[in-house]
Design a binder for this molecule. Structure first.
Ligand code: 3EB
Length: 332
């Protein structure tokens, strides 16, 4: 299958090379924007993310097969016959919809051409996410427009709209990375506590965000193994932000949203006959807006998640100006 790990970035160079598919460096450095490069022969995306941390960490994706890689300045990828990692970067610009649509469509072409038609997880990073573009449209809403156009155009070739995260980063421009597979089957899950993001009303922007609340991945060779990818999850009920000025309330609702999302009752609505609990989650990323909230957020997460779960806290802006925290996770 495919396997995630978090390592401290300073120790990254010592990580064994074999089976590496891709890596994402959540850095603390003040860079102008994201950097896409080959490091140790694999696609590496550097994200200037964390206002608070000097060091940052690296998320590493590993697979069993022999890895082949390729790409160019905008899009790098690696694949092993079953899984594909692809990362893309959009330079700073006055507006983002067109470049986002074009790069997403290039990624969709790539998964089709290389034979990895099932995209099961996407992460998106937008610089100045709550700032306006040259036309006075918020950068996040501008990004969502291009992404929605790409999903619309690519719909017939794609196996659904997968789980995602859409979050801020330091600097300008945008970046994304995705995971796709060849023969595994994905199921895309919604949450009965929340309106599907792709059905949000236009008060949140001209085109809605394109993502499912979670995606499960069933391996073809090993029917017993199933992974679950929980999208970035915030304090939203229906389509509305709740507890706008209350970090404890936002943590509670975000965590309750995840607990319900992965419950037997909710998964069954999508034909997935399993139940998961918060204690099974690992590789948790917690994005938070204000440094002053970190102690409360840590307390809520330490209470909710397994004591030995890998959790990283990342200080950055969040897609709605009234959201203070967003949490994503994995059932490995
Ligand atoms: C939300 O539920 C909160 O734009 O890809 C969560 C996960 C959010 C993914 C995205 C946005 C995205 O609407 C924000």
């Amino acid at each position: 299958m495919i396997n995630c790990s978090f390592v401290e970035t300073t120790r990254d160079a010592a990580a064994p090379r074999s089976g590496l598919l891709g890596q994402v460096i959540y850095g603390g450095h003040a860079q102008r924007g994201a950097v896409l490069e080959r490091l140790q022969g694999i696609p590496s995306l550097r994200l200037p993310m964390d206002r608070a941390q000097a060091e940052g960490f690296t998320e590493i994706w590993r697979v069993d097969g022999t890895v082949h890689e390729g790409g160019d300045e905008e899009l790098l990828y690696a694949h092993d016959g079953e899984f594909l990692f692809c990362a893309g970067i959009i330079p700073p610009a006055p507006r983002y919809a067109d470049a986002t649509r074009e790069l997403y469509l290039r990624a969709f072409d790539l998964v089709e051409r290389l034979g990895y038609p099932t995209i099961f997880r996407i992460w998106n990073f937008i610089g100045g996410i709550n700032a306006d573009n040259a036309d006075g449209l918020e950068n996040y809403r501008d990004f969502c427009r291009g992404r929605a156009e790409a999903f619309e155009a690519g719909q017939s070739r794609l196996h659904g709209m997968p789980a995602a995260t859409g979050i801020g980063m330091a600097g300008a421009g945008a970046a994304f990375y995705l995971l796709a597979c060849r023969s595994g089957a994905a199921a895309h899950i919604e949450n009965t506590r929340q309106v599907p993001a792709w059905q949000y009303p236009t008060q949140y922007g001209p085109r809605p965000p394109s993502f499912a609340r979670a995606s499960t991945l069933q391996g073809s060779s090993d029917q017993a193994s199933r992974m679950l990818f929980v999208s970035g999850t915030a304090s939203i009920l229906g389509h509305e932000t709740v507890h706008p000025d209350d970090i404890d309330g936002q943590c509670r609702v975000a965590i309750d949203n995840i607990a319900h999302l992965i419950s037997r009752e909710n998964l069954a609505l999508h034909g997935v006959a399993t139940a998961h609990a918060l204690r099974e989650l690992d590789f948790i990323k917690v994005y938070y807006r204000h440094g002053r909230d970190l102690a409360s957020i840590r307390a809520a997460c330490c209470h909710a998640f397994r004591p030995d779960a890998q959790i990283r806290y990342i200080e950055t802006d969040i897609c709605r100006a009234d959201l203070l925290v967003e949490i994503e996770a994995l059932v490995p």
